[in-house]
Ligand binder design. Structure first.
Ligand SMILES: C[S@@+](CC[C@H](N)C(=O)[O-])C[C@H]1O[C@@H](n2cnc3c(N)ncnc32)[C@H](O)[C@@H]1O
Length: 367
């Protein structure tokens, strides 16, 4: 059965489905979700959007550079990569790492069955000593001494959408009328209302009427579960996003959600579900509150360009002989109007040698 028909059937049965539920079905439904079907490609030659690891190996080599710095200050033995996409970052980290710096295990936790298959094919091209340490896992159980990385994963974790109307708070849902999907709204339940009112309180002003945005209520459980199962770790989250006051700025009154197909933004996500990407920017202040609630230490919140420049990307780029190619890569990864400032890096850990200093510009005060 086509995915749209399945959604129709579900909406008919439940009267409506909430937007986060719809996003989850569109992206991950077995064999038919956008990320979870045999046509999914993150290779820029035939993808719908481009992620930093796919632009150039230089990006993953800077992550490797930072991993080695961390290893010198902390007993790091393993790597866990979440949502590894085509496997490009894992492949390039392992290809470029010296054998004496190899982790004991490079774990990959991937939600998509089909991307996992692609990762396995790519990793199999590495020499045996490197490919043999890669292990795919479905959940994390007691892993210690670990460097964790989530590159553009949190933006793909389904979010709710809310709207203020007539001074009341509503949640966006999808309904069915005359055999067609429509957006509709239901009053927010107490849990969601409280979360949204807490944002208003922190911002010091209520949202205006017709203000709409997203809120991710699953980050908390997702991260807390991970924290319970790891020890002695350093975690790097990279994604497009903002601090809370930027994310919920009055002028950003239609939220941050984006639907992408063929490198173009789509306006309506209700036609052809499963054939386009859906993503929501990350509210990094929310991540920081979860970090603090779990008694972890936030080491840095900075921009992608700051992180890459302080992790050797410019020196490393001299190996690219083609000047135009090099300039294009560096522009895309570093320019503020491109990925350089739209993408942020958040780094936190449970404990760290007090001599460990990050050298990049720090924006923790914004959170
Ligand atoms: C936008 S892609 C990024 C892929 C890759 N990290 C990159 O930067 O090219 C999002 C990835 O996260 C995966 N993903 C989403 N939610 C996940 C979860 N809860 N656990 C593990 N992987 C997840 C998707 O299947 C996909 O591989």
């Amino acid at each position: 059965m086509e995915l749209i028909k399945r959604i129709h059937a579900k909406v008919e049965q439940d009267k409506h489905i909430t937007f986060d539920n719809y996003m989850d079905i569109c992206l991950y439904y077995p064999d038919q979700g956008y990320y979870n079907n045999d046509q999914i490609s993150l290779n820029p030659k035939n993808s719908d959007f481009v992620t930093a690891p796919e632009i150039s190996s230089l990006y993953s080599e800077s992550i490797l550079h930072f991993y080695i710095k961390c290893k010198k200050n902390k007993n790091i033995e393993n790597i866990i990569e979440f949502g590894a996409g085509s496997g490009e970052m894992a492949f390039n980290i392992l290809k470029n790492i010296n054998n004496n710096m190899l982790p004991k295990k490079y774990y990959i936790l991937e939600k998509s069955y089909y991307l996992k298959k692609q990762q396995q094919i790519k990793i199999n091209k590495l020499p045996k000593i490197k490919r043999s340490i890669v292990k795919w896992i479905d959940k994390i159980e007691n892993i210690e001494n670990v460097f964790l990385i989530a590159n553009e994963v949190l933006d793909a974790i389904p979010s709710k959408i809310f709207k203020k109307q007539d001074d009341a708070l509503f949640e966006k849902v999808i309904t069915l009328k005359n055999n067609k999907l429509y957006f509709s709204k239901i009053p927010c339940n107490d849990f969601l209302s409280t979360k949204i009112k807490n944002i208003e309180n922190r911002l010091g002003a209520p949202f205006s009427n017709n203000y709409s945005s997203e809120i991710n209520i699953t980050y908390d459980n997702w991260l807390s579960h991970i924290f319970k199962n790891i020890s002695n770790f350093i975690f790097v989250i990279i994604d497009y996003g903002y601090s809370e006051s930027e994310f919920y700025h009055q002028e950003r009154n239609k939220g941050t959600i984006q639907y992408y197909k063929d490198h173009k933004k789509l306006i309506s996500p209700l036609n052809s579900p499963g054939t386009f990407d859906i993503s929501v920017s990350v509210d990094f202040s929310r991540i920081n509150r979860i970090v603090q609630a779990n008694n972890l230490k936030l080491i840095a919140y900075t921009t992608q360009s700051e992180f890459l420049i302080h992790n050797n990307i410019l020196d490393n780029s001299t190996k690219i002989a083609d000047t135009i190619e090099k300039q294009n890569i560096l522009k895309t990864l570093l320019f503020p109007s491109d990925m350089g400032e739209n993408f942020k890096m958040m780094i936190f850990c449970d404990n760290m040698n007090s001599e460990f200093q990050v050298t990049f510009k720090d924006y923790r005060h914004k959170l």
